[in-house]
Design a protein around this ligand. Structure first.
Ligand SMILES: [Ca+2]
Length: 348
């Protein structure tokens, strides 16, 4: 309701005339306008309010991070914490670092705002490899995908700063993309992840003088990725994925890796907001998935393995099939003999 109060005040100042006229009338008018405005606001955004959830957020002064067992995040690999940022990798070759939340996410609708910085000595396209923001089933894993495991299960936002693919004329780098892992699909570095990508955009987010942010909004199974890297303090839409179903209980993380080429990859903050969303009863009763998937996208639906029959199930299936066939055969024989009898009788 904070929104409504603020709007009410703004409206009042914009219309001094209202101060002098019939107060009751203007109050009525204001209330109506406010209701209409908040209604249209709700229609526009489809959520009413957001709340910062500290337990899922990584913010300065990063209390206890890296040494306290009570910290809500863990460091891994080359990641170090300073007063101003968490450095996942320094601008040196072959480093790998990550920071992972310890608390599984059980919120239904949320928004993650990431303040990050990528900087280094290398000239453009002689730097790498980028960083990734994760919401995955597994945490604290080593691997080849921007410092995390391959065949991951969950969501990845990849900030790819190095064009590996030879044919990279279709896009400029750094390129930010949304990728979904179902546990079987592999990330293909040689193609800069094109086969598993759900959407993305170019974002000049390296060696900038201004701050760089990305925002992931997920509500009602729709994911929107936005970036703010031009120093204009405004969000630009980068990708949108509808019908995306994410299981609950996954972990937020950020990771990075350098190879022959390097950069400083820093996370300044990851702020998680819970979104309050109005739902219809049908929407409330939506099925919960166990493997992430996107509606109408088959490559993300094959992952659920068909459970094979157990030995006992198989035995009873065969047994009942044989019994069933036996009964059918007996009935068939009875019908046949009766038909034969009738036929014989007709001849007499
Ligand atoms: Ca790449």
């Amino acid at each position: 309701m904070v929104v409504t109060v603020r709007r009410l005040r703004t409206f009042w100042f914009l219309n001094p005339m209202l101060n002098f006229q019939n107060i009751r009338k203007s109050t009525c008018l204001l209330v109506t306008v406010c209701v209409l405005m908040s209604q249209s606001l709700a229609d526009d955004q489809e959520f009413m309010e957001d709340f910062l959830k500290r337990e899922y957020s990584l913010v300065k002064p990063y209390r206890g991070l890296g040494f306290s067992s009570s910290a809500q995040w863990d460091l891994m690999g080359t990641a170090v914490v300073t007063t101003d940022y968490v450095r996942l990798t320094p601008d040196q070759q072959s480093r790998q670092g990550a920071v992972w939340s310890r608390i599984p996410l059980f919120l239904q609708d949320w928004e993650l705002k990431v303040h990050f910085k990528i900087s280094g000595q290398g000239k453009k396209n002689f730097n790498g490899d980028g960083l990734a923001i994760w919401l995955t089933r597994d945490r604290m894993q080593n691997g080849p995908v921007f410092g995390n495991m391959n065949q991951f299960v969950g969501l990845a936002i990849l900030v790819d700063t190095y064009p590996n693919a030879e044919r990279s004329h279709d896009r400029a780098f750094p390129y930010i993309s949304v990728t979904l892992g179902n546990g079987t699909s592999s990330y293909d570095h040689d193609q800069d992840g094109r086969p598993t990508e759900l959407g993305g955009c170019t974002a000049m987010a390296r060696n900038t003088v201004h701050e760089t942010y990305l925002l992931v909004r997920y509500f009602k199974n729709k994911l929107t990725l936005m970036v703010d890297v031009d120093g204009k303090q405004e969000w630009k839409e980068c990708a949108e994925v509808t019908g995306l179903r994410l299981p609950k209980g996954y972990f937020f993380g950020a990771s990075s890796a350098t190879g022959d080429l390097s950069d400083n990859h820093d996370i300044i903050s990851m702020k998680l907001y819970e979104l309050t969303v109005l739902r219809t009863p049908e929407e409330e009763e939506e099925e919960q998935v166990t493997i992430p998937r996107v509606d109408n996208m088959e490559q993300f639906q094959v992952a659920v393995e068909e459970e094979g029959m157990s030995g006992v199930q198989f035995f009873f299936t065969v047994l009942f099939s044989i019994l069933g066939l036996g009964v059918l055969a007996v009935v068939g024989l009875m019908l046949y003999s009766r038909w034969k009898d009738n036929r014989r009788k007709r001849f007499y």
